[in-house]
Design a protein around this ligand. Structure first.
Ligand code: PGA
Length: 247
């Protein structure tokens, strides 16, 4: 399975920086096209930068960082899956822990968003992961199992869904889960997907949380790590491509 190298730009940068970043990433890939045999690439800029990133894409796909569960209509401030599709997005990140935390997004809402996204033909990157407290209490499997159970919509397949395991305590903190922690959780998620879906063995499972060029090699060596969801390090083309090189 090719690794999916996904950049989550979060709420960062201005238009000029977004343009420079995608140009740098595309430029690096153009110089080493063999990397496309090993990796697929997606970047998820802030909504307002999607339109300027799109015409610069050559070998990289684009995704949104969220979408509404509703169709177009009177929902001030929201962005529909149809709008993402229309502007050229192929993916959408859903249920990121920052949205669960700051916007109180519930699993059930995430499932509705995923359904809306899949209906538009978007591939969802659905994020799951436990907090530090939950891990200390040994509840990580229980938490992740419940998130998978409730935040995945009907009709999940390898074609329309990617799972991202992101332990909340490892996001933006510089703390990474150990390869053993990652192995245990990715095996657990794989087992869960295989029990539920015919093609559960082929659904990509990304790891996310302080992935950088220096730790990417050992993370990608873990079985059932099919790529990475990268925040901070996706904002520098060198780091983003350094992570891909480790794959
Ligand atoms: P990080 O973020 O790489 O900055 O830890 C990952 C994410 O939130 O997707």
């Amino acid at each position: 399975m090719k690794k999916l190298i996904a950049g989550n730009w979060k709420m960062n940068g201005n238009a000029a920086e977004a343009a420079a970043l995608i140009e740098a990433v595309e430029g690096r890939i153009a110089k080493d096209m063999d990397i496309l045999d090993k990796c697929d690439f997606v970047v998820c800029p802030p909504f307002v930068h999607l339109g300027l990133v799109k015409p610069k894409l050559e070998n990289v796909s684009m995704g949104g960082q969220n979408c509404s569960q509703r169709g177009n209509g009177a929902f001030t401030g929201d962005i529909s899956a149809a709008m993402l599709k229309d502007i050229g997005a192929r993916y959408v990140i859903l249920g990121h822990s920052e949205r669960r935390q700051y916007h109180k997004e519930k699993d059930e809402t995430i499932a509705l968003k995923a359904q809306a996204a899949n209906a538009e033909g978007l591939i969802t990157i659905i994020c799951v992961g436990e907090t530090e407290e939950e891990r200390e209490a040994g509840k990580q499997n229980e938490i992740v199992a419940a998130q998978l159970e409730k935040s995945l919509p009907d009709g999940v397949s390898e074609e329309n869904t990617v799972i991202a395991y992101e332990p909340v305590w490892a996001i933006g903190t510089g703390k990474t889960a150990t390869p053993d922690d990652i192995r245990a959780m990715h095996e657990f998620i794989r087992g869960n997907l295989m029990a539920k879906y015919d093609d559960g063995e082929k659904i990509r499972i990304l790891y996310g949380g302080s992935v950088k060029p220096s730790n990417a090699g050992e993370i990608f060596a873990v079985p059932h790590v099919n790529g990475a969801l990268i925040g901070g390090a996706s904002l520098k083309a060198d780091d983003f491509m350094g992570i891909a090189a480790a794959a």
